[in-house]
Design a protein around this ligand. Structure first.
Ligand code: NAI
Length: 708
């Protein structure tokens, strides 16, 4: 398999080869990943591959060497395997899978090593702390016994990157846990705690005290008894109707995904065929999943979040401003959510509004959100109270001269934002970061009213800001690098994903939404129903359809943006939103927009929409809907790249994956473009009568040349 140029172009920042592990593999002794010692009659093998002891080829080779040595060692009568540091083994090395995708790697030797461990003539006790996930659990199941600390977790999460367990997990797990339990674990990928794992038969003993001592004590107990190979167990291999129910559940809740169903198929093989044949078929299914577009996209998405954390011109050692306290201006939807995000991360925050009523409303919402978390068991009452106590509502400026960052979240009005920034410029200390949560406005114009534009930056949170992970970090012309690095570090502290973008109307995410939304409107005008447009796009995998999204955000909000951001010269404007706005249909908030809403805000199709906006009654296919909306997004994405608003395709993808509900199994709009083929996208863009981005034209030409 070779990478075509477009993949490497689009993924110039996507770490296909971050592989420090491979470097280690080439330059150091493999056995340093695995050490062993002999303690009386017990051999203890320790896996040491920080940070999470990933089961890389080097670790597998190290295990093979250690087992060979201890099998021959005449004093040794049982073997304990442990992980060094904070965990047992948290999974296979995803770098190595990405290398296989890139055509520069090969499958690690899972089967030979795990089979050799299982065939060891001395009892093998796997001693688990932290996590035994994916390849880690598969390794553990190749041992003859498993003991674990009470707080450990075990699971087969491969499905989350589009895979099934590929090191015997689908064959060994049903033999230990039962067919239904194994299928559920492999299809949904959630890990389970030790008490459940012990009930299900995955673990043999929970060690209350020191794990090493406990495992050695356990080893002494089982020493001399015949070893139980997992592969030979068959008492739980009973056909069950649970698999049909699980398949139905996957089709509903894991729509479009191939790996969950493939995992159930693989687990079912445990009842229909022999262990060896099961392993062989598991390998086939694994390979089919590994080379699927979904797996490529999910692995890309996994690395993409790390890639965006490294901003090309901001060195890792850039000095940071310490953020120990914060001020938020505006206690509305966003201000309240941002205050919660800060308080959740332990940062005390002052929240200022102009009216007591607005403050009261804001704080009541914050309190209600925390109460909901307490009710659902996600937070203790004490923790919630502690967080609320970190939020100080106020009408004046007291304390704002001391805070390390001020985040403005007042109404989206340039005049108001300028007024607020002129005021905070007078109050804030010199080294305070001045941030705006504007979703569209010019950061440079806002910065220009201050005496320190180098300290001004955009931090565009997404709603609800205490939940959504994305923060677009908008660097202005003058923003200094330490301020950018500080905003990125803060996003990380808040457990969010910061993506650095440049200044421009709507930045990256919202800028791209407009053409997408325009196409959705055109489609309704041409004869598609709003529900068909939304369904076609949710079937494609979007978390929400564009028209339901417009109703949720507010038709009035979109209308206002359309006034400021009319379609580019030469393109006609859709009129649906303007007509809904004129009819007072502002979306959910007024009970009607593209849909009608009942008292529970459930959307109901509304024939009145046709009368209002329809111009034609053409029958439109779902395929056309998806192509027009998604390709509009992609074409604008190329323009965003061309203009340098986003510096890398991966930045756009992460923005869409974390902020706009783009399906991770399609990798983000730019990765998806590459999967579809740029030549095809360019051709369709031309057929639709749009102006293709210059970068799309050149990229599609190069892609075509490459293939001929
Ligand atoms: P909102 O209307 O819910 O809240 C704005 C708050 O600012 C109100 O409580 C208002 O009383 C207060 N305010 C107005 N002038 C003020 C002043 N001079 N000093 C102190 N407080 C003042 O608005 P929302 O939705 O929270 O939006 C705030 C900002 O966040 C806007 O720039 C918006 O574009 C942006 N944004 C909004 C998102 C959303 O989904 N609502 C998403 C991302 C960004």
């Amino acid at each position: 398999m070779t990478l075509d140029w477009t993949t490497s172009f689009l993924s110039d920042a996507f770490i296909l080869r971050p592989a420090h592990k491979s470097v280690k593999l080439e330059t150091t002794d493999m056995e340093t990943f695995v050490t062993y010692s002999v303690q009386g009659d017990i051999g203890v093998i320790t896996i040491d591959n920080p940070p999470v002891n990933a089961l890389s080829s080097a670790v597998l080779e190290g295990l093979r060497t250690a087992f060979d040595a201890l099998e021959k060692h005449t004093d040794v009568r049982a073997i304990v395997v442990m992980g060094s540091g904070r965990t047992f083994v948290a999974g296979a090395d995803i770098n190595e899978l990405a290398e296989i995708h890139a055509g520069i790697g090969q499958m690690p030797p899972f089967h030979p090593v795990l089979n050799a461990i299982e065939n060891c003539t001395k009892p093998v006790i796997m001693a688990i702390h932290g996590m035994a996930l994916g390849g880690g659990l598969e390794l553990a199941m190749a041992g003859h016994y498993r003991v674990a600390t009470p707080d450990a977790q075990v699971g087969q999460p491969e499905v989350k990157i589009g895979l099934i367990p590929g090191a015997g997990g689908t064959q060994r797990l049903p033999r230990l846990a039962g067919v239904a339990e194994a299928a559920e674990m492999c299809a949904f990928g959630d890990s389970i705690p030790t008490d459940v794992a012990k009930d299900w038969g995955i673990l043999d003993w929970i060690v209350k005290g020191d794990l090493r001592e406990g495992a050695i004590e356990f080893a002494h107990e089982v020493m001399g008894q015949p070893v139980w190979k997992t592969r030979d167990r068959d008492d739980k291999l009973i056909p069950t109707e649970a698999l049909a129910a699980l398949r139905a559940q996957c089709k509903r809740s894991r729509r479009n995904l191939i790996a969950p169903l493939a995992a159930i198929d693989a687990v079912e093989l445990a009842i229909t065929t022999s262990f060896d044949e099961g392993l062989r078929r598991e390998a086939e299914i694994f390979e089919r999943c590994l080379f699927s577009d979904q797996c490529k996209a999910l692995i890309y998405a996994f690395f993409a979040e790390r890639a965006v954390a490294k901003v090309p011109d901001i060195p890792k050692d850039t000095a940071l401003y310490a953020i120990r306290s914060a001020g938020v201006i505006g206690a509305g939807t966003m201000g309240g959510g941002i205050a919660m995000a800060l308080a959740n991360a332990g940062i005390p925050v002052r929240v200022k509004d102009t009216e007591q009523a607005a403050l009261d409303r804001g704080l009541a919402t914050i309190r209600k959100n925390y109460e909901r978390s307490v009710k659902s068991g996600r937070l203790t009452t004490a923790a919630a109270e502690e967080r609320i106590a970190r939020i100080s509502p106020q009408l004046g400026w007291e304390g704002f001269d001391q805070v390390d960052i001020i985040i403005e979240a007042v109404f989206e009005s340039m005049a108001l934002k300028k007024q607020v920034f002129a005021e905070i410029d007078k109050i804030a200390k010199r080294e305070c970061v001045l941030a705006s949560n504007t979703s569209t406005l010019d950061i440079d114009a806002i910065a220009a009213v201050t005496s320190r534009p180098e300290m001004v930056i955009g931090t565009h949170f997404f709603s609800p800001a205490n939940v959504m992970r994305l923060v677009e970090i908008v660097r202005g012309k003058a923003t200094e690098k330490p301020v950018i690095a500080t905003a990125m570090a803060l996003a990380k502290t808040l457990k969010k994903v910061g993506v650095v973008v440049r200044n421009g109307f709507g930045f990256v995410g919202n800028r791209m939404v407009f053409p997408y939304m325009n196409e959705a409107q055109f489609l309704v005008e041409e004869g598609a129903t709003p529900e068909q447009v939304d369904r076609a796009l949710t079937d494609f995998g979007m978390a929400m359809g564009p028209l339901a999204m417009a109703d949720m955000s507010g038709i009035d909000v979109f209308w206002r943006i359309e006034q400021e951001f009319p379609p580019r010269t030469g393109t006609k404007a859709p009129e649906a939103i303007a007509k809904l706005y004129a009819a007072g249909r502002y979306g959910q908030k007024t009970g009607a927009g593209f849909y009608r809403y009942d008292e529970n805000r459930k959307p109901v199709p509304d024939p009145d929409v046709f009368k209002l906006v329809q111009k034609d009654t053409r029958s439109i296919s779902d395929e056309e809907i998806v192509e027009r909306c998604i390709y509009a997004l992609i074409n604008e994405g190329f323009k965003v790249l061309e203009e340098g608003i986003a510096s890398r395709a991966v930045d756009i993808d992460v923005i869409y994956l974390t902020g706009y509900g783009f399906p991770a199994y399609r990798g983000g709009p730019m990765f998806y473009a590459d999967l579809v083929g740029l030549k095809k996208i360019h051709a369709r863009v031309v057929e639709f009568g749009w102006t293709p981005a210059a970068l799309l034209i050149s990229a599609s030409r190069l892609a075509a040349n490459e293939r001929t």
